[in-house]
Design a binder for this molecule. Structure first.
Ligand code: AHR
Length: 511
């Protein structure tokens, strides 16, 4: 009996070794000998709007809260965001930005006027989280700030004064006001956007009209080193990009585009947690559309800006499902499953691969809203599957993009097919980092790698996966989806072979 067990174990070991060294189904070539553009760390940016419990409850609980905090900012959330090396946070919206008058959010809190948050649930916004709070929070997290100006219901003067209040070192009424409100030194804010979704909630404008308005605003936005961002297209509105580039390239540093992954229709988007394999397939297929969008918008930008000075900024992306049953429909609160981990991994791979033009992206949204990296409920905090993907991918921040060729199996369902493997790679500090998604929920993917220009001798890895496609992390329960060490990769004679688990996001690092 003992002999039989030994033989069985030996056979199993031989089989595992064979699986790792046998002929691979998929082939990935990483061109470490042809380094591409820098992957701007801002691609790993986040979006935080005055919407539902993103700001209030998620980031800010006030100094008198019994939830542990520093100056009113939740300590648990701040710590978790620091661990992600969040490089950038966009604020205050979103649609909210074009209703926001910044002077309502400065000075003694008890004197700040309230407004109605007309876009998001019609709730009262007491403005206790304003410019100082946002910029202090960014400093606490170690993130750059990205401020979205109000164009829809604001004025050029209001925008110019906000910029002066935040950034100026000179003596002026605005800087005196800032100092009176407790901030002597200016903040270093580089990124400023002129309105949000100006084709929709930001004013229902035509691109010809907005292009002129943008030029008007941009003329009076004055601060050293500013990165001026024009509000860009809705999904595949290529005419918008064409008109903006034709009329306003000279005055902009970045042009945005927004695209959300909605599994169903806008009327019936689908559940965040209760879905079948067909919904998984359709959702990932819709996520892959990001590649087409970025490619086509970039091609238009190339016509007017062949040197790629202007960045394409995907400053809103992520999954958008039906809200969780029983929650305020205006608060856009949704759970986050392994499917969202794949959505994040695929999108971030696409942005890395287009790093020559894509210089920023902002997941919508950071906390408690849409595809959040963190969920909170009173004192409790949950790190979502999306959080762990951002943790794996942070190695790409400010790395050099390495071109990658993927020849892979198809993931087929009901007669429709997708590439089963989606990937990107970068080089930083002599380490090649490859991030891979296996979209197939039923089959592992055996991959043989060629790393042109490098003969690796050391390998390590991390993986995010779970046993079910709709596994998620919930309050008061053990996390079902988190990062783990990844061992199914080996180097032999400089050749790298790996096996990706089904439905997984994997990081492989080589040196
Ligand atoms: O992220 C939620 C909303 O989606 C934003 O406020 C708006 O810009 C977009 O339509």
């Amino acid at each position: 009996m003992r002999n039989f067990s030994a033989i069985t174990v030996l056979t199993a070991l031989v089989l595992v070794a064979f699986t790792l060294s046998g002929s691979a189904q998929n082939r990935v070539v990483v061109r470490a000998d042809q380094p591409g553009a820098k992957i701007d760390k801002a691609i790993y940016g986040h979006f935080a709007e005055h919407l539902g419990h993103c700001i209030y409850g998620g980031i800010y609980v006030g100094e008198n809260s019994d939830i542990p905090n520093v100056k009113g900012f939740r300590s648990d959330v701040t710590g978790a965001l620091k661990d992600l090396s969040v490089p950038l946070i966009r604020w205050p919206g979103g649609c909210f930005a074009d209703t926001y008058h910044w002077m309502d959010g400065i000075g003694p809190k008890e004197q700040r006027p309230s407004i109605i948050n007309v876009h998001w649930g019609g709730v009262t916004e007491n403005n206790s989280f304003g410019t100082h709070e946002f910029l202090d929070f960014c400093e606490l997290v170690g993130a750059d700030a990205y401020v979205n100006l109000n164009v829809g219901s604001g004025t050029v003067r209001e925008a110019a004064e906000w910029i002066e209040y935040v950034t100026s070192t000179n003596e002026s009424p605005m800087t005196s006001l800032r100092k009176k409100n407790g901030r002597e030194k200016p903040w270093n804010v580089k990124y400023w956007a002129v309105g949000n979704e100006t084709w929709g909630c930001g004013g229902n404008m035509r691109p010809e009209y907005y292009a002129d308005l943008y030029r008007n605003y941009a003329t009076f936005m004055r601060a050293p080193g500013m990165y001026k961002i024009a509000s860009g297209a809705n999904v595949e509105d290529y005419k918008w990009t064409e008109v903006m580039m034709r009329e306003a390239t000279r005055w902009m540093n970045g042009l945005s585009v927004h695209y959300y992954t909605v599994p169903g229709t806008w009327q019936s988007k689908g559940s965040a947690t209760d879905f079948n394999e067909l919904a998984w397939f359709n959702t990932l297929q819709k996520t892959l559309k990001m590649d087409t969008l970025v490619t086509k918008h970039s091609a238009i930008m190339d016509k007017y800006d062949p040197k790629k000075r202007v960045g394409l900024l995907v400053d809103e992306w992520g999954s958008w499902y039906n809200v969780e049953p029983g929650t305020n429909p205006g608060f856009l609160y949704q759970q986050n499953t392994l499917r969202d981990a794949l959505i994040a991994g695929i999108n971030l791979n696409i942005f890395n691969n287009h790093a020559d033009r894509v210089r920023m992206s902002n997941i919508a949204q950071m906390i408690n809203v849409l595809q959040a990296v963190i969920l909170t409920k009173e004192k409790e905090m949950v790190l979502t599957p999306t959080y762990y993907v951002f943790k794996l991918y942070k190695v790409h921040q400010d790395g050099t993009m390495l071109p990658i060729e993927v020849k892979c199996n198809q993931y087929t369902l009901e007669g429709k097919s997708l590439d089963a493997v989606n990937a990107s790679a970068s080089l930083k500090n002599g380490i090649v980092s490859i991030t891979l998604c296996n979209l197939d929920p039923n089959n592992t993917q055996q991959i043989s790698f060629e790393i042109a220009g490098l003969t690796p001798s050391k390998v390590s890895g991390k993986v995010v996966t779970a046993s079910k496609i709709n596994a998620y992390n919930d309050f008061g329960k053990k996390a079902e989806v988190m990062e783990a060490d990844y061992k199914n990769v080996k180097i032999s004679n400089g050749k790298v072979d790996a096996v990706l688990p089904s439905k997984s996001v994997v990081l492989i690092q080589l040196q």
